[in-house]
Design a protein around this ligand. Structure first.
Ligand code: FAD
Length: 384
């Protein structure tokens, strides 16, 4: 019997395998991954200094341990170059003639960090953190250093800024947007977060882009589009993610912003499924842990023979900025209403309400985060 093959050993790939093994302990299962294949929780990467964890300590299980636990073959450091959806085969990068045949294929390929077109002799040295290997490189780079420049004041940039500043680093953060977390927070929320991180020593450079990064004797100089410059020992970029769609697109599988999947997590080719950061499920790209856990549980049922549709409840995202705790539950697509924002020195409480007064989404920060559980219960499902 040909195995179920999962490409990807991130939270989407491993959690699908874990959920499948709760329902089906015997179907042959192969997990293939281009990276080193440990099981780890990616959200820990942006607050690992606070939790005093090294990259090695974040890895919870080795690929060998995962193989035993999942009764699966796990192949780390193995890239897949091509999928033939007619022959149901996969071609391994640099693998000569080796092909693998699947009965069902799960694409859990994740997303790439977007790289901005920045010029200069130091541009190639700009780091990104999107997996454990990246994080090990980042920790080696900041060891014994002082000043870190972060390009991007979104969720990941702000979390790293908090973690680094709270642990003795001097942080400059640059974003073309006029406020921190511009896509998630109302201006009042952004302003409070900025103030609390500034109190930790974070210096903000908002409404400006990064033009070039030049190597200097002591580190790097960043030239900003507003004409100012910053010096730094290490430059980290966190400007957003782009779902990995190329492998699927080259195989003729339908892609849009992500690999297109329906409520059964089915992609456009027979017996091919997609979930996690690479997927666009029912038109939504949701690169967060909770949607992945729901999708993994649903897909495991389908893979084990019980075709099951995905349902998403409201899934608030906690921004890991202890300097100013923040939690966001964005309204689902197509939900219409208006934001009602209350703000004070201790936090922001913004509710997105429809004409009938029903709460469809929220932003809570500071003391108002205590209302997270109560308000979450009021929210409608994102995908019912
Ligand atoms: P990934 O973990 O990226 O896994 C993709 C896998 O596919 C990898 O194993 C890769 O090697 C493999 N792969 C890709 N292409 C190939 C190929 N061609 N051949 C073989 N293998 C391939 N979300 C939250 O909800 N809360 C948080 O607090 C939070 N914090 C975060 C902090 C950071 C620093 C980051 C980067 C993300 C954070 N997220 C958070 C997002 C969340 O971690 C991700 O949504 C989730 O981990 C993505 O899992 P994934 O399995 O889809 O992708």
């Amino acid at each position: 019997m040909n195995p179920i093959i999962i490409i990807g050993s991130g939270l989407a790939g491993y959690n699908t395998a874990k959920e499948l093994r709760k329902l089906d302990t015997v179907t042959p299962l192969v997990i293939i991954t281009a990276d080193s294949g440990p099981f780890y929780s990616k959200p820990m990467l942006s607050n690992a200094l606070a939790s005093k964890k090294t990259a090695a300590a974040i890895a919870l299980n080795t690929p060998e341990q995962m193989a035993t636990q999942l009764n699966a073959v796990v192949r780390p450091r193995t890239g897949i170059d091509a999928i033939d959806t007619t022959a149901r085969t996969l071609k391994i990068s640099g693998g000569g003639d080796e092909t693998l045949t699947y009965s069902k294929l799960v694409l859990a390929l994740g997303a790439d960090q977007i790289r901005l077109p920045i010029t200069g002799s130091g541009a190639a040295d700009i780091l990104t953190v999107n997996d454990l290997d990246d994080y090990a490189r980042f920790r080696a780079a900041i060891d014994g250093k002082k000043r870190i420049a972060i390009i991007g004041a979104g969720l990941i940039g702000c979390e790293f800024a908090n973690d680094l500043a709270a642990n003795g680093y001097t942080v400059d953060i640059i974003d073309i947007a006029p406020q921190a977390l511009g896509r998630l927070l109302p201006p009042e929320g952004g302003a409070l977060l900025q103030a609390r991180l500034a109190a930790l020593g974070v210096q903000w450079h908002l409404g400006t882009g990064t033009q070039s990064v030049e190597r200097t004797a002591g580190g790097y100089t960043l030239a900003l589009t507003n004409g100012t410059s910053i010096t730094s020992d290490v430059v980290l970029s966190a400007v957003g993610l782009k779902p990995r769609t190329a492998l699927a697109a080259a195989a003729g599988i339908k892609t849009n912003r992500g690999i297109v999947a329906n409520r059964y997590l089915e992609a456009s080719a027979p017996d091919v499924y997609a979930l996690g950061d690479c997927a666009e499920i029912e038109g939504m790209v949701m690169p967060f842990v909770m949607p992945i856990m729901h999708a993994a549980r649903t897909l495991a049922k389908t893979l084990s023979g019980e075709a099951t549709q995905l349902r998403y409840p409201a899934m608030p995202v906690v921004v890991k900025t202890p300097a100013h705790p923040t939690v966001v539950s964005s309204p689902g697509p197509g939900m219409s209403g208006e934001w009602q924002v209350e703000s004070g020195p201790d936090g922001v409480r913004a509710l997105y309400r429809n004409a009938d007064g029903a709460t469809l989404g929220f932003v809570l920060s500071g003391k108002h985060t205590a209302e997270k559980a109560t308000l979450s219960r009021e929210l409608p499902a994102v995908l019912d």
